[in-house]
Write a protein that binds this ligand. Structure first.
Ligand SMILES: *[C@@H]1O[C@H](CO)[C@@H](O)[C@H](O)[C@H]1NC(C)=O
Ligand SMILES: *[C@@H]1O[C@H](CO)[C@@H](O)[C@H](O)[C@H]1NC(C)=O
Ligand SMILES: *[C@@H]1O[C@H](CO)[C@@H](O)[C@H](O)[C@H]1NC(C)=O
Ligand SMILES: *[C@@H]1O[C@H](CO)[C@@H](O)[C@H](O)[C@H]1NC(C)=O
Length: 255
């Protein structure tokens, strides 16, 4: 028992990677694939190799301090390889999910956070779970449809619809809209707003919304020297402080 990993196991029972950085966001009623992050960021093994090595993957939902095993009996969620598939996420699914990979001598776990929210009143998105992007006027901007990779069928053209403020819009002729991107070659003030991409996924939709914030052009000119004024002698007289205060003396050099 000189292996440091073995020592860690003895102390804790299971190597705990705490909460993974990737957070899942989904609108209520939409499908979600929640992947066990162990296979993506923590170990080199994939699910197939792990099961071949007789390791078991077990899922828990965190309830307060406790972890309750998930029973995959209904039709709403199922365990598929390294993931949980929610056919249709519901508000009650909000929370943290832990996947544990183990055999009798080896154990590793990590938790994933999942946020489910309803659309804002009369909207096609929730302002709480939308992405935020910034663009400067006159610059170009690419808006992507984020986190949809798990919902695309291989070798099949995705059926995607883009909305602005939840409506189909007539895009300016210079804007290029394709299945996965909105490309704005020269951003105008009016381009700011909520962009929603809607992917057809079987009989359901997967929607993602990005709030584009348009800001004024940042000037690239150097900051202007305010003091001392131009063409003036740049020496400043200072009297040493009687009260031992530290005098900070800054000399601006004009190039
Ligand atoms: C799992 O990893 C092995 C070895 O790297 C590879 O041959 C196999 O294709 C992978 N399986 C999947 C489902 O990615
Ligand atoms: C448990 O899995 C680890 C990692 O794959 C392996 O090294 C170990 O031999 C396995 N233990 C048993 C009892 O199968
Ligand atoms: C969509 O447009 C973007 C930007 O022009 C481009 O990078 C991307 O490859 C295009 N995708 C498809 C599927 O045409
Ligand atoms: C984006 O959506 C928010 C929330 O519904 C709304 O308050 C805001 O006005 C929208 N942005 C623009 C530029 O229309």
């Amino acid at each position: 028992m000189t292996d440091p990993e073995a020592l860690l196991l003895l102390v804790d029972g299971c190597i705990d990677w705490s909460v993974d950085l990737k957070q899942y966001h989904v609108l209520a009623g939409e499908p979600l694939r929640l992947k066990c992050a162990l296979f993506y960021s923590y170990i080199r093994t994939n699910y197939t190799m792990a099961t071949n090595a007789k390791l078991r993957l077990i899922w828990y939902k965190n309830k307060g301090d406790a972890e309750e095993p998930i029973i995959f009996s209904g039709h709403r969620l199922s365990k598929e390889d390294d993931s949980i598939w929610f056919r249709s996420a519901e508000m009650e699914d909000n929370g943290f999910y832990t996947c544990v990979l183990r055999n009798s001598t080896y154990c590793m776990k990590v938790s994933m956070s999942m946020t489910v929210d309803q659309s804002d009143e009369g909207k096609c998105f929730s302002s709480k779970i939308r992405h935020v992007e910034k663009a400067e006027i006159t610059h170009n901007k690419m808006i992507i449809c984020p986190d949809i990779g798990d919902y695309l069928a291989p070798y099949k053209q995705p059926q995607m619809t883009w909305y602005k403020e939840c409506e189909r819009v007539e895009w300016r002729s210079s804007i290029i809209v394709n299945t996965t991107h909105v490309w704005i070659p020269e951003v105008e003030e009016g381009d700011g707003g909520n962009y929603t991409c809607e992917l057809q996924y079987g009989s359901r939709h997967v929607r993602r919304t990005t709030l584009l914030k348009v800001t004024a052009l940042q000037t690239s000119q150097p900051p202007k020297v305010l003091f001392p004024p131009e063409r003036q002698d740049t020496s400043i007289e200072i009297t040493p402080g009687k009260d031992q205060q530290l005098h900070l003396f800054i000399l601006w050099l004009k190039r």
